[in-house]
Structure formats: structure tokens, C-alpha cells
Design a protein around this ligand. Structure first.
Ligand code: ADP
Ligand code: MG
Length: 241
């Protein structure tokens, strides 16, 4: 890896809930300019890991670094400013605001002002095929459009790393394919890193050349998609649960 490359690193992250080790000494890295797939059976700890990275939860031990900067003292409110954005599994949009206003809020949060903020917002609306819906209130959108707006908002914050926790959940195959195309374009044009969690391995593998596999809170395999798919530990994790 190039030294100048920006990178998200988790080192020995652990988090327990009332005796349940949700994340257990998890170590992995996700570089910019690429999509890193994060897979694992239900309950593996994937969402908890995301919540630790974004500081929604505080780790019992271990740390997260972004390009070498320890994020241990950064608050959840300041994580986006530090360069990490996410979409939520449960949608958290400003329901009473328009599609445009929702994305504009993120552009303002990224430090843009005036016409420049408007231009960033419009760029993301176009990237996610929301231009025609700019004046529509968020609460009037279809499910698929709401999911796209969520991701557009996260990207308008101009992150170094974007965390997507099951962005295609609830989408039909055509919507999922369309989302994959849009994320590929983001990957290729923006140079940001994407950590992509999804159950749909076909979807993840279309975007990602590197897969990280979690089971019982910890890393059990990582590598090219075809490698991890053939890994006995991975097959056992999916079958033996
Ligand atoms: P995944 O996203 O891979 O399906 P999660 O991170 O949601 O897995 O959950 C990992 C484990 O931690 C599960 O056993 C889950 O029940 C538990 N867990 C997650 N969040 C909480 C919480 N807030 N309180 C208690 N247990 C939790
Ligand atoms: Mg989850």
C-alpha cells in the first residue's frame, strides 16, 4: 500500500452488551478508493462494529484510526467532520424537509456555503437520480428513493470513508442493481473508501474486490471474494449457526 493512501483501521476493537461479546478483538482495514465488503451471518457483530467506528458506541477496548489519527476521543457528532459518514439501517431523514434540503444540510455540514453548497447538493441528487424529486418532501418518497436519499446525504458530507450498513435491504433486484451501478460510479469518480455491509453477496461482490468476514464478533477470513467464499471457516460460519 502507498504510504499516502488514506485508510480506516480498526485495531482489536471489543464491545460487550450484558455479557454478550458483540465485537471481540476485531482488527481490519479499509482503504480509500476501493470498496471493502464486510459480511458475516446475522449477529456476527457487523452493525456494532459500524457503531463503534462512528462512536455511537464506545469500545470496551481497542481503537479506530483514520489515516493514523486515533478517533478514540472524537465524539459521534464530530466523526463526520473527521471524515467518516454512514447511512443508517433505519432511515434517519428530515421528514418534513424536501429532498434537496436534506442533502443541502449535509453539504453545509461539510463546510460548503451559498452557491457552492447548492452545487454539491445538486451533484449528489443527480448521482442518485433524485433530481426530479428535489422539491418533494422526504416523507412522501418511495422506499427505494428514501434509501437513495440516505446515501446521497452521507456522500454530500464528503467523507474519506463511507460506511453502508445493508443499503440494499428491502430493495428489489432491479433497485439493488441500480444502486450498485451508482455506488460503482462513486467509487471510481470520488476516490473515497466504502465499507459495504450486505447479506447479498452478489451485490457486495459486484462492488468489492476485498471481503472481510466476521463471525461471533471477530475476523475469521479476508481476501478476494472467491477466496473467502471457498474458505472452510466461512462456510462453517454460515452453515453451523
Ligand atoms: P450483525 O449486524 O452482524 O447482524 P449486530 O452487531 O447487530 O450483528 O449484533 C451482534 C450481537 O450483539 C448480537 O448478539 C446482538 O444481539 C448483540 N447486540 C447488538 N446491539 C446490542 C445492544 N444495543 N444491546 C444488547 N445486545 C446487542
Ligand atoms: Mg446488522
Amino acid at each position: 500500500a502507498r504510504v499516502s493512501e488514506e485508510i480506516l483501521q480498526a485495531e482489536q476493537l471489543s464491545k460487550s452488551f450484558a455479557g454478550v461479546r458483540a465485537v471481540d478483538h476485531m482488527t481490519f482495514a479499509a482503504p480509500t478508493g476501493r470498496v471493502t465488503g464486510l459480511i458475516g451471518p446475522n449477529g456476527a457483530g457487523k452493525s456494532t462494529l459500524v457503531n463503534l467506528i462512528t462512536r455511537q458506541y464506545h469500545a470496551d477496548s481497542g481503537k479506530t484510526l483514520l489515516s493514523g489519527r486515533d478517533l478514540s476521543t472524537v465524539s459521534a457528532e464530530n466523526v463526520a467532520r473527521a471524515g467518516i459518514s454512514r447511512s443508517f439501517q433505519n432511515l434517519r431523514l428530515f421528514q418534513g424537509l424536501t429532498v434537496y434540503e436534506n442533502v443541502l444540510v449535509s453539504a453545509l455540514a461539510a463546510g460548503h456555503r451559498g452557491a457552492q453548497a447548492a452545487a454539491v447538493a445538486l451533484r449528489e441528487l443527480r448521482a442518485f437520480d433524485l433530481g426530479d424529486l428535489a422539491a418533494t418532501r422526504a416523507d412522501a418518497l418511495s422506499y427505494g428513493a428514501r434509501k437513495r436519499l440516505e446515501i446521497a446525504r452521507a456522500i454530500a458530507q464528503e467523507p474519506v470513508i463511507l460506511l453502508l450498513d445493508e443499503p440494499a435491504a428491502g430493495m428489489n433486484p432491479a433497485e439493488t442493481d441500480d444502486l450498485a451501478d451508482r455506488l460503482m460510479q462513486i467509487r471510481d469518480e470520488r476516490g473515497i473508501g466504502i465499507l459495504l455491509i450486505d447479506h447479498d453477496l452478489h451485490f457486495v461482490n459486484r462492488l468489492s474486490g476485498w471481503t472481510v468476514v466476521m463471525h461471533r464478533g471477530t475476523l475469521i477470513a479476508e481476501g478476494a471474494p472467491e477466496e473467502v467464499r471457498a474458505d472452510p471457516a466461512v462456510i462453517e460460519a454460515y452453515i453451523g449457526r
